[in-house]
Design a protein around this ligand. Structure first.
Ligand code: AMP
Length: 355
């Protein structure tokens, strides 16, 4: 992990008026670039080889310049070049996935958010320790495959978009796959999925206040997942299995949702507890995070995952969301990140939001 002092030192060499927002050209880059520009930052798109053409179709979200690398693994070695352009990295899921957790932790560039969250987010056992310790309810964890007595979901580590996940109803079904990769076995919760997008600001002291800073609910989505989401069209899964068709959870897109209004107090409570616990565990999460939940027909929330940065489900809300609109119109999560950077720069507190 790059020591905080190293990043603070690097920042002091920056021309802060010319600070630029840099991210990898993927995932949520359109709203990150659009939002940064709307908040007055220059933007740098990190791409492999030739700049991707699709930005030409979205001029408002096209970065001011492209920074081309041979492979994402090359980024750490070229960090000094980015630093000379006063670049601050806004990480997203693909950025961390392509670079790898260790390389990202060691990246010698100021990055938005607290890098120490990665250790807690990238390990499913640590996530559980964090969320359950915060008082949130998670799907039951089944320690050994021999103990499977009800439907379970077998999940692998890392943000691979649900690839390879499988459902088993008993030990025999588990053994049909018998995974060798690191995995966890979780109770399969039946209910409706809500992916809630929060933003924690250590700097803003109004609105939904926490012991320090404040919490905003930006938006919510549900993922489209192939092929599980459309399987019902072909019939029951047992029958499909006979044809060799197995359910998968590969994310292909996102749809916007809102929560029953009476469930909002619980949603905020969950967000609040997650942030408060993070202060105790690793000095606190900063900026966007998502609690990924299933709400059962008893109206109970089961959180199956936390993403500790901007998630792709926010892409729908590039101009508005039923929640963020009630605070300030036209505020995407990408723009909200840039707004926080701008506020921190004005207050001379960049060290509170960058690491
Ligand atoms: P994850 O990698 O934890 O985000 O899970 C990928 C997908 O699997 C989610 O988007 C859900 O559709 C589904 N899922 C995850 N955990 C559970 C669970 N415990 N019960 C039912 N479905 C789940």
């Amino acid at each position: 992990m790059v020591p905080k002092a190293g990043i603070t030192g690097l920042l002091s060499s920056y021309d802060q008026k010319k600070m630029a927002v840099a991210t990898v050209c993927s995932h949520t880059s359109l709203q990150i670039f659009d939002g940064a520009r709307r908040e007055g930052f220059r933007t740098i798109g990190i791409c492999i080889g030739q700049p991707p053409r699709f930005y030409d179709a979205f001029p408002k979200a096209k970065p001011d310049m492209f920074f081309s690398v041979k492979s994402y693994k090359e980024i750490p070695a070229r960090a000094a070049e980015l630093a000379s352009m006063n670049a601050v990295v806004v990480p997203h899921g693909s950025f961390v996935e392509y670079l790898g957790v260790a390389a990202f932790e060691g990246l010698r560039l100021p990055t938005f958010g607290n890098r120490r969250v990665l250790k807690w987010e990238s390990d499913r056992d640590k996530q559980r320790e964090w969320l359950v310790g915060a008082g949130l309810s998670m799907p039951e964890k089944i320690a050994r495959p021999e103990d499977i007595t009800k439907p379970v979901l077998v999940k692998f580590y890392g943000a691979k978009g649900g690839r390879g996940f499988f459902i088993a109803k008993n030990y025999e079904e588990f053994m049909e796959v018998n995974p060798t990769e690191k995995h966890t076995i979780q109770e399969y919760v039946i209910g409706t999925r809500y992916y809630m997008h929060f933003f924690y600001s250590p700097l803003v002291n109004r609105g939904y206040r926490l012991s320090r800073g404040s919490l905003e609910l930006m938006s919510m989505d549900r993922r489209d997942e192939a092929n599980i989401d459309e399987m019902y069209k072909l019939g029951a899964q047992e029958r499909l299995k006979q044809f060799g068709i197995l359910p998968t959870f590969v994310v292909t897109g996102n749809v916007p949702v809102v929560l029953r209004e009476s469930l909002l107090p619980k949603a905020f409570w969950m967000g609040e507890r997650t942030v408060e616990r993070s202060f105790e565990l690793f000095g606190g999460i900063i900026g966007p995070f998502s609690l990924e939940c299933i709400v059962t027909d008893k109206l109970e929330f089961k959180v199956f995952e936390i993403s500790a940065r901007i998630v792709a489900g926010t892409n729908f809300f590039v101009r508005s969301s039923p929640y963020s609109d009630l605070r300030e119109p036209e505020m995407s999560v990408g723009r909200r990140i840039a707004r926080e950077m701008r506020l921190a720069r004005r207050l001379k507190r960049l060290d509170a939001v960058l690491s």
